[in-house]
Design a binder for this molecule. Structure first.
Ligand SMILES: *Cc1c(COP(=O)(O)O)cnc(C)c1O
Length: 405
């Protein structure tokens, strides 16, 4: 079955044959006898107990998304950030280190920095080549974390090369695939071990609910880490077993059944939307590149982009829906944003609507000047999440916005 057929034919588990997963808005599940509840609690019988731990609406979406990425199991969470916090804290202990690209979604960057308070050392790499990561790995490293399209630098890491380095050092590779989605790339097939998504973006597509997911490829031997000592019996399934038994349950970042339903609604049209996002973004990037009011355009789909060849090799027919442009000054950036009619000025991406934001004064406003520069967040930079509107209208809108002073 090809991917687009799969998107339409993901199995919905429901005893009455519902084709969209019903919304189980309930906190708890009653069981007639104390014996039965005991068994379910101990994981010796199937069943649900409490919706922070799991719920049929949530499980159905977990299975669907896991299947799209080629994973073995998944945990849905309240947000992308909850997924990232849960997945990383599931592995880390005080004294550990990890290696990550510095080109990260702002929330992830700030979360990782905050781990220093708990005696955990993040090592940020300015590059996303194999050698950049290899240079920072050592015996204390517990994982490597990258984004398939780094936000905001829009760099495309050498996932295969990095996964080889990870294998040499015996550490897992965690990949945040929010910006590319499984339509463009399936990191588990390239050697990654855990895949993360913010569902709030392309998977949901309509910007109507926050959500996240952790997908486990069950292709890493976790039991050699001290932090998995109690999960040796679970072998390659130890990651999810520990998260379900401890980290996820204790942190409490569970998905809501309603949000799970809304996120699931995005799945059948994911490929259709992504192709259109990619098409429109490439067209808009080319248009902006030739414009006298634009100093530079960053989009992996432009032929002179540093990551063009890799993205062309790795991605299945598209370069993503996000581009950035530099326009000379903060004042010009604000003017252009204010002049645009079809682009919503807000903090989000992956919506069917086109969106713009000035990252330096918003998402990254609490970061230092040095951090912003390392992250590629300049004062004259505008980030665009290109929607699925008519591309002629989007170009015309930018033309008038750039023209007006
Ligand atoms: C938005 C985003 C997140 C965080 O997801 P939330 O659902 O907003 O918590 C993480 N990674 C990337 C790449 C994102 O774009």
């Amino acid at each position: 079955m090809e991917f687009e057929t799969k998107l339409i034919n993901l199995e919905t588990k429901d005893e009455y044959g519902a084709t969209n997963t019903p919304i189980y808005m309930t906190n708890s599940f009653e069981h007639k006898t104390a014996e039965k509840l005991e068994k379910i609690f101990k994981g010796r019988a199937p069943g649900y107990v409490y919706s922070r731990v799991n719920n049929p609406s949530i499980r159905s979406v977990e299975e669907k998304i896991s299947s799209l990425e080629g994973g073995q199991s998944a945990i849905l969470s309240s947000s992308g950030m909850a997924a990232i916090a849960t997945a990383t804290l599931n592995i880390l202990q005080a004294g550990d280190e990890f290696v990550t690209s510095s080109s990260l979604f702002g929330g992830s960057y700030n979360l990782f920095k905050s781990y220093k308070k708990y005696g955990i050392k993040p090592r940020f790499s300015d590059g996303v080549e194999k050698k950049d990561i290899a240079r920072l790995i050592n015996k204390k490293t517990k994982f490597v974390f990258v984004e398939t399209i780094g936000n905001p630098r829009l760099d495309v890491p050498d996932i295969e090369g990095i996964s080889k380095i990870c294998k040499q050092w015996g550490v897992p590779l965690i990949v945040d695939n929010t910006l590319a989605t499984p339509v463009l790339i399936k990191p588990l097939e390239l050697g990654a071990n855990i895949v993360i998504h913010s569902l709030s973006k392309y998977i949901n597509g309509m910007a109507n609910s926050i959500g996240g997911v952790i997908i486990d490829g069950a292709n890493f031997n976790w039991t050699k880490f001290d932090s998995f000592a109690d999960y040796r019996r679970q072998g390659k399934l130890a990651f999810v077993a520990k998260a379900r038994g401890e980290t996820f349950r204790n942190l409490g970042g569970c998905a809501s059944p309603l949000n799970s339903f809304l996120n699931e609604l995005g799945l059948p049209t994911l490929s259709l939307r992504m192709k259109r996002h990619c098409h429109n973004a490439l067209e808009l990037a080319k248009f902006l590149l030739g414009h006298s009011e634009v100093e530079s355009v960053n989009y992996p789909g432009l032929k002179d982009n540093n990551y063009y060849n890799r993205a062309k090799d790795l991605f299945f027919g598209g370069f993503g829906g996000i581009l950035t442009l530099r326009v000379g000054s903060k004042k010009r950036a604000f003017e252009i944003i204010n002049n645009l009619n079809y682009f919503y000025n807000l903090s989000n991406l992956g919506d069917v609507k086109s969106l713009v934001i000035h990252p330096a004064s918003t998402i990254y406003s609490n970061n230092t000047k040095e951090e912003k520069e390392a992250l590629g967040v300049y004062n004259d930079l505008i980030r665009v999440s290109v929607g699925i509107e008519d591309i002629g209208d989007l170009k015309k809108d930018f033309a008038q916005a750039l023209h007006r002073k």
